[in-house]
Design a binder for this molecule. Structure first.
Ligand code: ADE
Length: 226
């Protein structure tokens, strides 16, 4: 999969891809990641990418021309499945969206900043708008890193043990319910007087699976009641 990220702050995006799973996905050539500095697509000496909004009001708006130039230069080379804009008023990121995006070949992700982008960018260049939560961050870079992590870890070969994908939160399904994960324990079996649930030490895989499903359902119900 190829991912092109367009940003005004490329440095902010570098470190998530230099460690752990995301780095591994690049090293293994499962992900072909390109980070583009929007200022490279300006023509004035100040490398201007934003301006005041028409109609007045505080905050700068990102201009369409540098974004259009950057996206056009990418589209000239290959076909993209989606051009995604990270924005707090987009569709809420979910496991379902990440699953679907992990099957794509080429993605562009645009990071907004300041008061976001000129509406004409959204109307004419963007195919999907994604929010990572109902809160406003100072830019789309961290949301883009979150989105990439949630997609990339699903690509076959990225995780050491793909079995772990099956049983984690939002992936186990019973009766069409999306369940959060059951509780996990590791050594020691008794920590300062607190025991691991006995069933997990029983070696009875049927009982363990049953207990885990019950726990996942109980946690999911609790979350849904909050
Ligand atoms: N940009 C700023 N806040 C955001 C959010 N919550 N999700 C996606 N992009 C954003």
């Amino acid at each position: 999969m190829r991912i092109d990220i367009i940003t005004a702050l490329p440095d902010l995006l570098k470190s998530p891809f230099e460690t752990s799973i995301l780095k591994k996905s690049i090293d293994l050539k499962l992900i072909d990641l390109h980070i583009h500095n929007l200022r490279d697509f300006t023509k004035d000496n100040y490398k201007t990418i934003d301006d005041n909004q028409f109609g007045g009001g505080a905050g700068m708006v990102m201009m369409i021309e540098p974004i259009k130039k950057c996206i056009d230069s990418l589209k000239k080379e290959r076909i993209y499945d989606e051009v995604i804009y990270m924005t707090p008023d987009g569709e809420m990121l979910s496991q379902k969206i990440s699953n679907r995006l992990s099957l794509k070949g080429n993605l562009i992700i645009l990071c907004g900043h300041y008061k976001g982008v000129d509406q004409r960018v959204r109307d004419s260049l963007i195919t999907k708008e994604i929010s990572i939560g109902n809160y406003v961050l100072s830019g789309g870079e961290l949301p883009a890193a979150v989105l990439c992590d949630s997609i990339i870890r699903l690509i076959p070969g990225v995780l050491g043990n793909p079995e772990s994908l099956k049983e984690e939160s939002h992936s186990i399904s019973s009766d069409d319910l999306i369940l959060v994960e059951y509780p996990n324990y590791t050594k020691p079996a008794n920590w300062r007087g607190i025991d691991v649930p006995e069933v997990l030490l029983s070696g009875n895989h049927g009982q363990i699976a049953k207990w885990r499903l019950e726990q996942a359902e109980r946690r999911t119900n609790q979350l849904n009641q909050e």
